[in-house]
Each structure stands twice: as C-alpha cells, then as structure tokens.
Write a new protein. Sequence first.
Length: 286
Amino acid sequence: MNEENNAAVNVKNQMNYTASEKKMIKKLFWRMMFLGFNMSYTRQQGVAWTWAHRPIYRTIYKDNDDKYWEAMKRNLEFFNTTPNMAGIVSGLAVSMEQENARLKEFDTKAISGLKIGLMGPMAGIGDTLFSGVLALVIGAIALSFQKTGNLLYLVFGLVGFAVNILVRWYGLKYGYKMGAKYIQKAVESGIMTMFTKASAIVGVTVVGGMIATLVKVPVVLKTKINGQTLDLQAIFDQIMPCLLPLLLSLGCFYFLRKGTSPVRVLLVVVVVGFLLTFAQITGTVS
C-alpha cells in the first residue's frame, strides 16, 4: 500500500509545472489555434507551426542564436495533421527542443522524425474522432431536438467545441510533460539513437504512402499496333504501380535539392501538366 502511495506521489510530482512552463503552455495553446491559417502546397501547416512556436524557440535558445535559427528553419518543414491533435505533437517537439538546447550533442533529426512519424497517426485519430464519430453523434442528437422545436439542439454545438478545446489543451499539456520526463532518459540510455533511425524509416514510409495516394499522373494515351490497342498506363503499372508519380516526385526532389525555388518547381509542373493534357497524353481516367 505504501509503495502504491509513493508511486502516486512521484507521478504527481513529475506532472507539476513551473510558473514558466505554465506561461509557455498557455501561450503556445493560443498560438496553435492559428495552425490552419497559413496553408501552402509545399509546407501545408509548416509556416503556421513555426510562427506558433517562434517565441517558445526564442526562449529556449535565448543564449544560442545559431541553434535558434536552425530550429526555425527545421520547423518550416512540411507538416500536416488534424489541428485538434497537433498539441500532442507540439508538446513532445518542444520538450525535444529543450533537450537540444541543454545538450551539446543531440540529433535534431529525431525532432523532424517525431513530427513526420506522428502527424499521420494523429490525423487518422483526429479525423475519425472529430469528423467521423463526434460530429455524427452530436449532429444526430441535435437534429432530433431540432425536429421537435426544442432549442436544446443549440447546446450540442457547444459540446463539440468544448471537446475540441479540451483535447487541444490537455494534449499539449501532457504531451510536453511526458516528453520532458522520458526524452532525457532516452538520450542518456541511447534509446534516442534507435528512435531517430526508426523515425527516419517511418518518415520515408509516410512520404512513400503520400506519393502513391496523393500524386496522380494518369496516362490516357492509347495507340494501335498491328490492330491491337496498346494501353501505356497499363504497361507502366505492370512495370511498377505508381511509377510515374514516383518519377515526378523524385524529379521535384532533385531540383529542390539543387536549390530551385519550390514555387518555380510547382509552376513548371503545372505548365507541363497543361501541355501534356492538351496533347491528350495525360488526363482524367474515365
């Protein structure tokens, strides 16, 4: 019984927050409300994410301008998840940035890997919970009241809003504290190195899945040879499914690594897409 009480006390003490931590979490909570206010094709929520965390990074790296600007640049990377669930990722990422500021040697790839590895699962959970379950259940109950003229249906909109706020707040709060508790131990024990490698694998897998599902290059051109119709898209699929989307993505990645502006790469893709579609080489598959 005493051991259980001591364990409970230890957990409670570990979850206490200093005045500066409370202030930081409150500031980050309100700034993360604007996560969806700056979306782009190349970074999605990356710019808004960096803006939301800017004062936090400035505080963390107040004595090291080089690390501060490295953090700003690093966090401009592509990021996209359900805004309601982003607090969990944010809390963990901030705790890792603090470890990076504290330690002389810290693999910052783990921070990027964490964001990439969690944004997909958090989006899946968030979209399912809020759009697929919560919205339907609350909507169905509200409609039943609305059909009878009962004004209680107005209250259910507030219920959905309250759940949203609570998930954002406690996800950020406990994501940060649990991260601060375990990441230091992970660095000291060497688990962080393993986590970095695992995150890299997860990141590559996520990017590969995004290429296969989001990038479309349908070939509609069909030719006849010796009286038989030759379907070029079918041939490409036999060689490798999603071969053209992969080649297009690798081509864009090559030019981006060479320093080409993302906007210029995007414009070239749009122009080439128009030309190929006008020539009836690519287009919408019926």
